[in-house]
Design a protein around this ligand. Structure first.
Ligand code: AMP
Length: 212
């Protein structure tokens, strides 16, 4: 799943994985879990993540290769947020070649910066139960409080406006070239990410059915 931050990759990858009974492998989620566990990898990743820049390729590649090769990924996997650079894509190619499991499809969720930036800066989550809210699209009943458990909502540090600007610049400089990389291999399908979640998911499913 390719696309700028805030395009809806996580939401769409989660739904698609459930639909095709594959495992959802989100590099951002895995890195956040490593941080929460205060593992050596989590500590190394921290400053890059908080600044909106990329964690070094070799660290991310090793982390994702381990997941792809694990038993839980045997029925298939939906990659979300990885690869994010050309060297990561080459490393992924090598890993998949070793396993004899080529990529079926690369879905590029296309959305403009002006659309994704407010999605990110308006996002809040509950630190207790993980529910996600949005100032404009799904506000909590009481400002700043989780509807479910009443805990004070928090914003991801990298959803602050200055960091969002950096994440978008990182995307344009380092990740966008992957669109051409996969187009040349004939596996790319682009869907319009400006529509609502259900409409985008219908386009994602149509693109996946076009496999083969
Ligand atoms: P995300 O949740 O996908 O927006 O990722 C949050 C942050 O984790 C990014 O801004 C990066 O700092 C880091 N990250 C996630 N995936 C990768 C990746 N494939 N390569 C390098 N850094 C990554």
């Amino acid at each position: 799943m390719l696309g700028p931050p805030g395009a809806g990759k996580g939401t769409q990858a989660g739904r698609l994985a459930a639909e095709v009974r594959a495992v959802h492998l989100s590099s951002g989620d895995i890195l956040r879990a490593e941080r929460a566990a205060r593992s050596p990898l989590g500590r190394q990743a921290q400053a890059y993540m908080d600044g909106g820049t990329l964690v070094p390729d070799e660290l991310v590649l090793e982390m994702m290769a381990n997941r792809i090769e694990s038993p839980e990924a045997q029925n298939g996997f939906v990659l979300d947020g990885f690869p994010r650079t050309i060297p990561q894509a080459r490393g992924l190619d090598e890993c998949l070649e070793r396993l004899g499991r080529p990529i079926d499809r690369v879905i590029n969720i296309d959305a403009a910066d002006e659309v994704v930036a407010p999605r990110l800066t308006g996002r809040w989550s509950c630190p207790v139960d993980g529910r996600v809210y949005h100032d404009m699209f799904s506000p909590p009943a009481r400002a700043g409080k989780c509807d479910e458990c009443g805990a004070a909502l928090v914003r991801r540090k990298d959803d602050e406006p200055a960091v969002v600007r950096q994440r978008l610049a990182t995307y344009h400089g380092q990740t966008k070239p992957l669109i051409e990389y996969y187009r040349q291999r004939g596996v790319l399908a682009t869907v319009d990410g400006n529509a609502d979640i259900g409409a985008v998911f219908a386009s994602v499913c149509a693109a996946v059915r076009g496999i083969g």
